[in-house]
Design a protein around this ligand. Structure first.
Ligand code: NDP
Length: 326
């Protein structure tokens, strides 16, 4: 098996020398175990902050993959079946079935299996739960989402449109802005080139926002939160603008807006609603099949390009889900 290891903890933005490609000999699968071969691997923002808390130097990089069972001593996972596995950045894995999730049956024939790492996977679930469970979004409401052209953001905006909401999104390039317009977002702007973020947010929704799906954090939030309507809801999903900071920053100063507008702001992790995952994935899959949930993927080929794909995603190279195809 080939693996990518965290050679040394990231300091600031990750660099090539923080990763090391290793080759390891795997044991034969024992009773109840299977041998997996990675087909698609996911690179996700969480890998950056989690590297500090979940990994030691020398550990295999954490991550999820779509893998094919190529040897099996476990009747639940026959040879030739496909699973979603939390195996990390590795081409081959020997494991028991405990942590494996089978790909949904009746997977749409014209959809790549990599969607199980994107719109019909963890990022799709994150979008759905953040909107329904945290924001409790209602038809007719106005939603703001940032990193809107990414894996989570693009699903957030489309589900909100399905629910009859007005959707405002921000993204980091004109090509992303054009893509989001194609997806049916009502207002989109490039946060890197807009003269004033405050003006852009006000122009897009002069009456303010009912819901804010927060992926970015930092200064963006400081400007966005004052644009909330009374009794607005903020789903704090991520803060990617802060993940590579070396010194902890002071949070945005938003308390007065929180108090006087009686806002609800709640952080969440997608795993909170794990018990609903199968049903939720089926809902996402149905929208994909009906053409209501469109997707784009940013596919990099070659396991050796995992670090480049990860760093590219952190810099915004991806429109839609960033995926590595072995
Ligand atoms: P994306 O596909 O959106 O990729 C990351 C994107 O973030 C980039 O394409 C880039 O787009 C944007 N970005 C990078 N740096 C900055 C910056 N400094 N300011 C603004 N935008 C930036 O990733 P995901 O959809 O997988 O994740 C989106 C967010 O959701 C992340 O914060 C992630 O941590 C969070 N998340 C949280 C989960 C949870 O359970 N709470 C689960 C999954 C994801 P651009 O060109 O627009 O700048």
């Amino acid at each position: 098996a080939k693996t990518w290891v965290l050679r040394q903890h990231f300091e600031g933005f990750p660099k090539d020398s923080d990763f090391e490609l290793r080759v390891e000999q795997l044991p034969e699968p024992k009773d109840g175990e299977v041998l997996l071969e990675a087909v698609f691997l996911s690179v996700d923002p969480y890998m950056r902050p989690y590297s500090r808390v979940r990994m030691k130097e020398g550990d295999v990089m954490i991550g999820t993959q779509v893998a094919k069972v190529i040897q099996s001593n476990n009747s639940s996972y026959p040879v030739g079946s496909y699973v979603v596995a939390r195996s990390g950045w590795r081409t081959h894995t020997v494991c028991d079935g405990a942590e494996l999730v089978r790909l949904l049956s009746d997977w749409p024939k014209d959809c790549p299996m990599s969607l199980a790492l994107g719109s019909i996977g963890m990022p799709g679930l994150t979008a759905l739960y953040g909107l329904e469970e945290v924001c409790q979004i209602k038809p007719g409401e106005t939603l703001l989402v940032n990193a809107a052209a990414g894996a989570v953001g693009s699903v957030v905006g489309q589900i909100a449109k399905i629910k009859g909401c007005k959707v405002v999104g921000s993204a980091g390039s004109d090509a992303k802005v054009a893509y989001l317009k194609e997806l049916g977002f009502d207002h989109v702007f490039n946060y890197k080139t807009t003269a004033s973020l405050e003006d852009a947010l006000k122009t897009a929704a002069p009456d303010g926002y009912d819901c804010y799906f927060e992926n970015v954090g930092g200064p963006f939030s400081s400007v966005a939160i004052p644009q909330m309507k009374a009794f607005g809801r903020i789903a704090v999903c991520g803060g990617i603008s802060l993940y590579n900071d070396t010194a902890p920053q002071n949070g945005p100063y938003v308390h007065l807006h929180m108090i006087f507008k009686q806002l609800k702001m709640e952080g969440f992790l997608v795993g909170r609603w794990e018990h609903k995952n199968e049903e939720s994935l089926r809902r996402l899959m149905a929208w994909v099949k009906e053409g209501k949930l469109k997707y784009k993927e940013h596919v990099t080929t070659g396991f050796e390009n995992m670090p480049a794909s990860f760093m590219g995603m952190l810099q915004g190279e991806n429109t839609g889900k960033a995926i590595v195809k072995v």
